[in-house]
Design a protein around this ligand. Structure first.
Ligand code: G3P
Length: 219
């Protein structure tokens, strides 16, 4: 199934009821014609978004600590209890070591993982952990509006080949600078199963329109 993940990051537009409104826009396109749309709100808003919408909700991350006496830590069990079904991990804005990821994945309490990678080699290594998704994102294009699918087509092609060589059967996503439906179509042509986006959606004037444009381009 083609997948659209909208990472809200901590843009001011989504630090409150905005996260709920954006999640409703994402929920509105999920499940239509083979597209799974996921929203990752700021962590403190996970419960609110999950309770007030029908969106498929991911956390933007979880902490690596475990145990009860872990003041301030964001544990997988709490993220799950808040209503999330998965988590983004190893985003370039929130990197973890391979060993930390290898230790964390079996402790996700059933949460799906979308593991981000900056290169095809990193994506290949991470795909051996068998997450639900591997997402390749060149950090230098994030937030620029210059789409990875246009600026770095070889990275997407190479990543798909590299992760499939490991026997990985999950979803291969790409992200960074994706703005238009055309950027999304190009990503799919290059072999991606979907995209991970942030600023183009959060900063859009009309969230329903922008999410619709991106989701329909995945079909
Ligand atoms: O997690 C998605 C992200 O890093 C891409 O950001 O703003 O370039 O869509 P953006």
């Amino acid at each position: 199934m083609r997948t659209l993940i909208v990472n809200c990051k901590n843009y001011p537009e989504v630090l409150g009821e905005g996260a709920v409104k954006l999640a409703r826009a994402v929920a509105g396109v999920s499940g239509t014609r083979g597209v799974r749309a996921i929203v990752a709100p700021p962590t403190p808003l996970l419960s609110l978004v999950a309770a007030k919408t029908h969106a498929v909700v991911y956390s933007q991350g979880v902490g690596t600590m475990s145990g009860e006496r872990t003041t301030g830590a964001v544990l997988p069990g709490a993220v799950k209890a808040a209503g999330a079904v998965g988590t983004i991990l190893n985003h370039s804005e929130s990197k973890l070591s391979f060993n930390a990821l290898a230790d964390l994945l079996p402790r996700l309490e059933g949460l799906e993982a979308c593991l981000c990678a900056s290169t095809s080699a990193e994506a290949s290594k991470l795909s051996r952990l068998r997450p639900a998704y591997v997402a390749v994102e060149p950090p230098e294009l994030i937030g620029t509006g210059v789409a990875v699918s246009k600026a770095r087509p070889g990275l997407i092609r190479d990543t798909v080949v590299a992760v499939r060589k490991t026997g990985y059967t999950g979803g291969v996503l790409c992200g960074a600078g994706i703005v238009t439906g055309e950027d999304v179509k190009k990503a799919v042509e290059l072999g991606a199963d979907g995209v991970l986006v942030a600023s183009s959606v959060v900063k859009a004037k009309d969230w329903d329109d922008k999410v619709g444009e991106l989701a329909h381009s995945l079909m």
